[in-house]
Ligand binder design. Structure first.
Ligand code: 8YV
Length: 324
């Protein structure tokens, strides 16, 4: 009997086919996530689960995985998985580091530029036939070049965002708990500052921390109140890092210039009031969504599954799996 691999959501064909060569693949290509019941059943019947950020792999699901060897997450973030429970049961947990940071940094920059220059409302205005001639005050925005970019979380994605800032002659401030080595700061032209300073001084404040108990609601009403009134909040990390209700309130009262969000607090549900704001761009969590990157991510997931099911340690175990 071939080992069973369940893929819980849509996945690139080439990676599905690759897994089918050696395993029995149960593939949910419907576009809808599995229900918790279906997920539990799949855990009980599979040797490997390929999961997504929308699959909550908690202790109750892991406990059903009697023959489960690996939960291979299709994404760099893995806050959807109870890693401690998996580890306690000897189930590997992997993610996809090293392959999506440049693509997510590109999207972050699309949001920085899009927010500053009102790309979305200006497009809407034009296509609605409201453009009747050039206007000196039409869609005035803020410059990006020469401004201060504030980065919270300077891992792979934060660093890729910082590197791009050089092309815009920006001053880059960053904050994270562990300061980067001096040579990295030098290469990135980035200056470490305390959290409060990065929030207060940024013209564009961009978030790149993972979601953990420490980072949940790291940006709430108090922090937003510290931001410049001309600043933008750019968010491509995990929804719950920001208190969306506080953000909606601040945007409504125009206490900051705007926001651009690829993620929301209760994804895919939109926080009340968000859609009525014209100073906010909202995207459906597409940070890593380029053809090439999603393909590369999928093959890294497949590598991990193949490693685990052939008895080798998977190549990209999540941080913390080994340390416990
Ligand atoms: C993934 C992401 O596509 O990698 C991440 O952490 O947020 C996205 O790029 C998403 O997690 C799908 O599971």
């Amino acid at each position: 009997m071939k080992p069973v691999v369940t893929i819980t959501q849509t996945f690139p064909d080439s990676a599905v086919e690759r897994l089918r060569q050696s395993f029995e693949v149960r593939y949910n290509g419907s576009g809808d996530s599995l229900t918790p019941e279906a997920l539990g059943k799949a855990a009980g019947e599979s040797d490997a689960l390929v999961t997504y950020l929308s699959d909550k792999i908690d202790q109750s699901i892991i406990a059903k995985g009697e023959r489960l060897k690996i939960v291979a997450n299709y994404g760099a973030g893995f806050n959807n998985i109870d890693v401690a429970s998996a580890r306690a049961q000897g189930v590997w947990v992997t993610n996809t580091p090293g392959v999506l940071h440049e693509t997510t940094a590109d999207l972050t920059w699309a949001l920085i530029l899009g927010a500053a220059r009102q790309i979305v409302p200006a497009d809407r205005y034009t296509r609605e036939g409201r453009f009747h001639g050039w206007g000196a005050k039409l869609f005035l925005g803020h410059d990006v070049h020469g401004k201060t970019l504030g980065i919270i979380g300077c891992g792979e994605i934060g660093r890729a965002v910082a590197r791009r800032a050089r092309g815009f002659s920006m001053h880059v401030l960053y904050h994270q708990r562990n300061r980067l080595p001096a040579e990295d700061e030098k290469e990135l032209h980035a200056e470490w500052v305390p959290l409060e300073r990065v929030i207060r001084e940024a013209d564009f404040l961009t978030l790149h921390v993972p979601l953990t108990p420490e980072t949940q609601y790291m940006i709430g009403g108090k922090e937003i109140a510290m931001m410049k009134s001309t600043a933008y909040l750019i968010h491509t990390a995990r929804g719950k890092v920001v208190d969306d209700l506080a953000l909606v309130q601040a945007l409504r009262e125009k206490r900051i210039a705007g926001a651009a969000l690829d993620v929301f607090e209760n994804e895919p549900e939109l926080t009340g009031g968000l859609t009525g704001l014209d100073n906010c761009i909202i995207l459906p969590h597409i940070g890593s969504a380029s053809y090439a990157t999603r393909e590369t991510m999928a093959h890294l997931v497949a590598d991990n599954v193949i490693d685990a099911l052939e008895g080798r340690e998977p190549r990209t175990l999540v941080p913390g799996w080994k340390q416990g």
